[in-house]
Design a protein around this ligand. Sequence first.
Ligand SMILES: Cc1ncc(COP(=O)(O)O)c(C=O)c1O
Length: 406
Amino acid sequence: MTGASSSSSASAASAAPDFGFDSLSLDWLRAKPGAKWHRHGVPWNAWVADMDFPPPPCVDQAIRAVLDSGDIGYPDWRHVTGGSPAATAFAERCAARYGWTFDPEHLRELNDVLQGIQIVLHLCTEPGDGVVVHTPAYPPFLHSVEDNGRRVVRVPASRSADSPSGWTFDHEALDARLAAGEQAKVLLLCHPHNPTGHVFSEDELRSLAAIAERHDLLVISDEIHADLTYAPLTHRPMALFAPERTVTIHAASKAFNLAGLRYAIMHVAPAWVRERFGTVPDHMFGATNLMGSAAAEAVWRHGDEWLDAVVAHLDGQRRFLGDLLAMYLPDVVYTPPQGTYLAWLDFRTMDLGDDPSAAFVGNGVRLSEGPNFGPEGHGFARLNFATSTEVLRGTVRAMTGELGDP
Ligand SMILES: Cc1ncc(COP(=O)(O)O)c(C=O)c1O
């Protein structure tokens, strides 16, 4: 029993399938053993980037099929494509969905996206090298750079009423700084951007590609949120704009809610990076999980109906959150994200200090702490709206203290 009716059988032949995104039971959510609902012991959890929905039905089927085969021993494929059905599905999907074609031999499977970032930074940069990051930044980006003895070269977000995401990044200033001698070896792109939800436009991607070319930057593009881009925008892989110098890292885990299954994939365009990989033992990359691989293949081949439905639901949620904030917390500044299910909330006019999320813990609500996203996150908190409308309403009302003792 999931707490959500996840049947895709519609009563009328023409009706859209109902995957139960709006039928989550609070009892079911609060009994979940995973980090999101369990770790902090509070009744309203809108922090870590997991969705509250059960996974797509094709994931159940794929995992059951592995178990039914009676064989969960070593699979008969290698880490480099040519072998893994998930990698083949990924390559075919990139061609069909993004018009991005490549040699599948340049794919490398991983346990997770952050592992890929670590490996590339470790093998392709030296201590002290600069890594360009759009800030505020997903906290593990900052740790991946700083805890490895590399330097974050910040490109800070500025509020802009003219930008549909509410945010702009000054790439001309970045170009000028690099031209003036600020050292950097890598552009670590988060596309779409966590936490602002900014989707880099084709013009921005082109200008970043030109900057990478001028200053000889290796580009690592984390596109884990790619399939959570809201219409009318569509995802454009960075590799289309800087095809020779981009390492793209992807996973089905955000868009299809599979984070615990640990499967990601990396496309490595630059030959010199692939050569560096050859300088360390293959076992340093580990090997992927059979269930994670089966699930990724399943959603990439059969998950689009579920994905369309979840993106439509999230599109409604990002707007509904605006209505709720206007009603309950009108001083919060919020622009609906262009991608991701994460809302970057600006509390700076409310006098809640550096970490506004702390003010809501006493009301039973857990958000992600803004300062963890770097100095640009002071006065902010991140709210995850990938839940039902009723849970989102309850979360925002609880933030105000209106629900009393939950
Ligand atoms: C931008 C970004 N990259 C990577 C991750 C983590 O991915 P993984 O669990 O595959 O390392 C997240 C998770 O929220 C994320 O938002």
